[in-house]
Design a protein around this ligand. Structure first.
Ligand SMILES: [Zn+2]
Length: 325
């Protein structure tokens, strides 16, 4: 894979792993060798129970601490800089959906203590906290509003990816810190239900948030992983939000041995028919595309400052404001 200048801070706001305590995290080398400095990896999503999420979190923590020559478990923003200076990849965790709380608001602080620095509210379907993007469009529930203030209190990034329109707009309006869409493309370029409307993009940016470009081929187009199409999404985000409010959240999964078809068969409701999830051999653009994206942004006349923002400084700004340490 080609490299990018090492002095830049490169932030990938979300990896699209299917969390499991058995996963061999050596796959994180894919980001490390592309000179990514920070990556958020998911330890749970709404399909998993609280127990399964905790077991995954425990296994990932132990693995990362045992491989500290290459990886650094980031608890505060200065850890990201520390990892960058020692040529390691900083990792913290995210959770996709509030089922991981097991209906218990007290879990927010526990997850935070264990390294979770970002949570989204509902994974595709509605839950007790919020609306999902493939379900009836509902706002944040009373429980969701409580969770939001607890996240603001403990210092977690508030993520609106995978949620419904009304839930995302509620989050943006109510949160004390800027709300992000870590991995969501503009629906005005490819009208998938997981992609987001222009109004969501503009509202997110107006409150200081950032939208991360997603590389999963069914969210880019018709199983499309071309750099041209990725750039079309990126430029649309920049046109709507401004270059200061766009980042990277590739949702990338290296080749792993998890049998996705078994997961899809077990809970088909989370990935509804008609939304391309059944597409054979879904492609994926990941961090090795960063040089193409940089070339595209340079050709379009973005300044070095703006490009550095998209590569990492914009998400870093939200992390500094949200993590409060
Ligand atoms: Zn996701």
């Amino acid at each position: 894979m080609s490299c990018i200048p090492k002095k830049l801070l490169v932030w990938d706001a979300h990896a699209g792993l299917f969390p499991s305590p058995d996963m061999d995290l050596n796959i994180l080398e894919d980001w490390h060798r592309c000179n990514v400095n920070y990556l958020s990896i998911n330890v749970g999503f709404d399909v998993m129970s609280r127990d399964e999420t905790m077991a995954t979190l425990a296994a990932y923590r132990r693995w990362l601490l045992a491989h500290s020559e290459r990886f650094l478990l980031a608890e505060k923003f200065s850890d990201v800089r520390k990892a960058q200076h020692s040529k390691r990849l900083a990792i913290s965790f995210d959770i996709e959906g509030m089922n991981a709380l097991g209906s218990d608001i007290n879990m927010v602080e526990i997850y935070h203590r264990l390294g979770v620095r970002q949570m989204l509210f509902a994974y595709n379907l509605n839950n007790a906290a919020a609306g999902g993007c493939h379900d009836t469009d509902i706002p944040l529930t009373r429980f969701g509003i409580e969770i939001l203030s607890e996240m603001n209190r403990v210092g977690m990034i508030v993520d609106a990816s995978h949620t419904s329109y009304r839930t995302s707009m509620d989050l943006i309006e109510r949160s004390d810190t800027p709300v992000v869409f870590t991995h969501s493309n503009p629906a005005s370029i490819w009208p998938h239900q997981r992609n987001i409307k222009d109004e969501q993009i503009k509202a997110c940016a107006a409150k200081g948030g950032v939208i991360g470009l997603n590389g999963l081929a069914i969210f880019v187009g018709d199983n499309d992983t071309s750099s041209e199409s990725l750039l079309r999404h990126l430029f649309r985000l920049i046109d709507l939000a401004g270059a200061d409010h766009v980042g990277l959240g590739f949702d990338y999964t290296p080749d792993v041995t998890v049998d996705l078809s078994a997961i899809l068969r077990a809970r088909p409701d989370y990935w509804p028919a008609g939304q391309q999830y059944g597409t054979a051999n879904i492609g994926h653009a990941g961090p090795d595309r960063i040089p193409d994206l940089v070339k595209g942004m340079e050709a379009r006349g973005l300044s070095q400052f703006e490009i550095e923002g998209v590569l990492g400084a914009n998400f870093a700004r939200v992390a500094k404001a949200s993590w409060s340490m």
